[in-house]
Ligand binder design. Sequence first.
Ligand SMILES: NC(=O)c1ccc[n+]([C@@H]2O[C@H](COP(=O)([O-])OP(=O)(O)OC[C@H]3O[C@@H](n4cnc5c(N)ncnc54)[C@H](O)[C@@H]3O)[C@@H](O)[C@H]2O)c1
Length: 331
Amino acid sequence: MSANPSKVLVAGGAGFIGSHLVDRLLGRPDVGRLVVVDNLWTGARENLAHVDDGRFALAVTDVERFATEERFDEIYQLASPASPQWYMSDPVRTISANVMGTMRLLDLLAPGGRICFTSTSEVYGDPLVTPQPESYRGSVDCTGPRSSYDEGKRCTEALLSEVARVHGTDVRIARLFNVYGPRTKPDDGRAISNFITSALSGEPITIYGDGLQSRSWGYVDDIIDGLEKLFWSVPHGYAGPVNIGNDREVPVLTVAQYVASLIPGARIVHGEPAPQDPSNRCPDLTLARSLLPGWSCEIPYEEGVRRTLEWFAARLSPPAAEGGATPDPGA
Ligand SMILES: NC(=O)c1ccc[n+]([C@@H]2O[C@H](COP(=O)([O-])OP(=O)(O)OC[C@H]3O[C@@H](n4cnc5c(N)ncnc54)[C@H](O)[C@@H]3O)[C@@H](O)[C@H]2O)c1
């Protein structure tokens, strides 16, 4: 371990992306302590069950109310549902997790420490420009059904940008586009995991709308590579938001058809379009490529879907042998 091991806090670390980030952080020998703060609203202890490391601790509580005398050198703020059905179900809690959560985390930052935030492509709303560069200010309905999430993220970006400007705090902001992969909750409600869990359970794959709306699907390992570079491993010193995602746009219908082709008997049905579902999302990665040389999303959706399907299939099928633990292919 290095002479001055870092104290690290990951808010939302029991969630899908957070738990993968925790794995990556624990691979660093200079991390001396890593505390996950998570209220398990949309996360699960199981996502961290494989962690067997004396440096690790889990505090099950709202990040806004996390009480501690400790101060942290690096803080990663991921605490927020990302799935529309979850954030729309409790908008006050969603705004609180992002805005109040980040305000609390700023109190816990050691002098000279760094705070990193996972914002979202939803700050672009239903974009009138494609692909979306960071300079695009978005087309967001600030009182619409997605506003708790979109505006919660926008306000948190404002908060962190101002703290960087006025106090010189070391801030990193990633605008993530659609991420998928192992450890998504089966009832998370987002497209790829929904398609897979429905088809594996013998239910029809439901596409909301015609399915021609496109997304840039980023497999979680590629996204964690980008976050690692943006947040700690590349010394770029840039405080503004940076798009992190896959710039290969693929229609929702194409992905659903691919999932259906892998699962015998799977069929596709169409439901009512989701409220204010954007017609397209695609990151302009010019800034990411200049700040984070060598980074790009390498895993095509076909490969990522197969890996995700394998993980869900292992979870959703009954254990093969008595007493046998189910391996975690996502670990
Ligand atoms: N998954 C994506 O496609 C995507 C896209 C853009 C941005 N993001 C952002 O990345 C982050 C992680 O997303 P995810 O997909 O892993 O979602 P997730 O729902 O799996 O994880 C979020 C975690 O935060 C926890 N949490 C929520 N409110 C909390 C609170 N008040 N206090 C403590 N913990 C709280 C949840 O229990 C969960 O473990 C979120 O901030 C999300 O907005 C995700």
